[in-house]
Design a protein around this ligand. Structure first.
Ligand SMILES: *[C@@H]1O[C@H](CO)[C@@H](O)[C@H](O)[C@H]1NC(C)=O
Ligand SMILES: *[C@@H]1O[C@H](CO)[C@@H](O)[C@H](O)[C@H]1NC(C)=O
Length: 353
């Protein structure tokens, strides 16, 4: 091959690469309203940043995240991502539905975590609707058999800023041809003092769940409910995150059965407050469960703007169904049938005082 044709090949190769990147159509999108500024990407329908005022009116970014799409592509922490088809763990990486057993990717100690090796948070979503500064919808069509799950599923998530200080999230999923389990979750790590401010151990947390779903050593629920009273899991009244964390194997990563008797209706599920900045976040949802994770497994991670995140750098409060519900018939069912629509509403209310 001549030098000229080699050069030509190289340029062509580069063009194809650039074109492929462009075709992927990944971008960042901003919503602005009142005191809030929210940055999102359609890669994983992810929350990238949220600027909110402290008690003096000073803005800080209170979400852990990355500067580049490349970092989101290699992320193993699920920063800010929209998780599905089934968030959380499925024991033994399989389940049986209508007499048929479905095998799933075993990406977590023999179990399936957060939808498999390439869950919804690792896919490029389409921007469905973007209204002024206040409202964006991402849509994603999951195919029959994707990550082992049955049937086509049309998924959407809308992020909206409401009034001055409210972020609303509405997730929907419609099975097209087969019944399937659906359990979506928003996986943002919050640090109300600022994403780069260190640990969250002195934040206070309140969770309106009198029971947890206790787990085995691989974090699969036993199927029982266990009262939180007189345990380090008791956050029925506000307590510091770190107050009893040392009595656990060093971290919280547990599902609360919210006090709704397994029924789906909108209620206040959790309140987080940072005493230094005065920022407070209330979380409302229509879900029966809430995974409380205090990032005890977070290794040193390069984040936005030169920040490095460490263990206990953020709090994830993931409203959802109970983990492994597909294998535990006494847990509220996550099976959605064609003709039905799964709906998951979250309302975050940010104030400071
Ligand atoms: C959104 O976040 C990305 C990644 O940090 C950044 O490159 C982009 O400039 C941000 N967009 C806005 C409008 O702030
Ligand atoms: C998803 O599939 C439906 C048809 O089932 C189609 O109308 C829609 O445009 C698709 N959306 C995307 C983002 O591909």
């Amino acid at each position: 091959m001549s030098k000229a044709s080699l050069l030509c090949c190289a340029i062509l190769g580069l063009l194809v690469l650039v074109h492929a990147k462009e075709n992927k159509n990944i971008g960042f999108y901003e919503l602005k309203r009142g005191d809030l500024r929210l940055n999102l990407t359609n890669y994983g329908a992810t929350i990238v940043s949220l600027f909110a005022p402290d008690k003096h009116g000073n803005l800080a970014d209170i979400v852990l995240g990355y500067d580049s799409i490349e970092s989101y592509e290699t992320d193993t922490c699920y920063f800010g991502a929209l998780i599905g088809r089934v968030a959380n763990r499925i024991g033994g990486a399989q389940f049986t539905l209508d007499g048929k057993t479905y095998k799933l990717p075993a990406n977590d100690h023999g179990n399936t975590l957060h939808g498999g090796t390439k869950g919804f948070g690792d896919n490029i979503w389409t921007v469905g609707y973007h209204k002024e500064d206040s409202h964006i919808t991402f849509v994603y069509n999951s195919s029959d058999g994707e990550q082992g799950f049955p049937g086509k599923l049309e998924v959407s998530v809308t992020y909206m800023l409401i009034e001055k200080h409210i972020l609303g999230v509405k997730m929907t999923a419609r099975p097209i041809d087969k019944p399937t389990p659906v359990n979506l979750a928003q996986h943002t790590y919050w640090n109300l003092r600022g994403h780069d401010s260190g640990d969250i151990l002195s934040h206070t947390v309140q969770i309106f769940g009198s029971n947890i779903t206790p787990v085995d050593d691989k974090l699969i629920p036993t199927g029982k409910l266990q009262p939180v009273s007189n345990t380090p899991y008791d956050f029925l009244t506000p307590k510091e995150v770190g107050s009893r964390i040392n009595e656990l194997p060093g971290l919280y990563d547990i599902n609360y059965a919210l006090d709704k008797n397994g029924k789906s209706y909108l209620s206040k599920d959790a309140v987080v407050r940072d005493p230094v900045s005065g920022r407070k976040m209330e979380l409302w949802s229509n879900q029966v469960g809430l995974q409380y994770y205090t990032s005890g497994m977070l290794g040193d991670t390069k984040g936005k703007n030169g920040a490095t995140y460490h263990k206990y750098g953020g709090i994830a409060l993931e409203t959802q169904g109970y983990p492994d519900s597909v294998n535990l018939p006494n847990f509220p069912s996550q099976i959605v049938k064609p003709g039905e629509t799964y709906k998951h509403i979250m309302v975050y209310r940010f104030t400071a005082s």
